[in-house]
Design a protein around this ligand. Sequence first.
Ligand code: ZN
Length: 118
Amino acid sequence: MHELSLCQALIATAERQLAARPEHAGRRLKALKVSVGALSGCEPDLLMHLFPHATPGTQAEGAELKVEFQPAQVACNACGERRDVSANQLACPACGGNNVSLVAGDGVFLTGLTLSDD
Ligand SMILES: [Zn+2]
């Protein structure tokens, strides 16, 4: 995964969300909250390191990046259990079945924005 382009995409998404609300147009961001999935291929440390390099000239300039780790989560198609699992063990922890669907942990998402006061 290319963390720098991911940073740019997250900032672009944040700017679109601000632009969609006229009362927030032109406001600066104080923080962006991002969920990083265990199976996303994204390295949270690298993301946080590169983020400040992606912000100059954007509404996120000077903003803080807050990363929340999202474990892989499966829903079992056999017994209906829905639980967090380790990324290398994609089976149902309850019944041991392999007929599971990945329901979380495979992506990187913007989950929150904090606007600057000024
Ligand atoms: Zn199960």
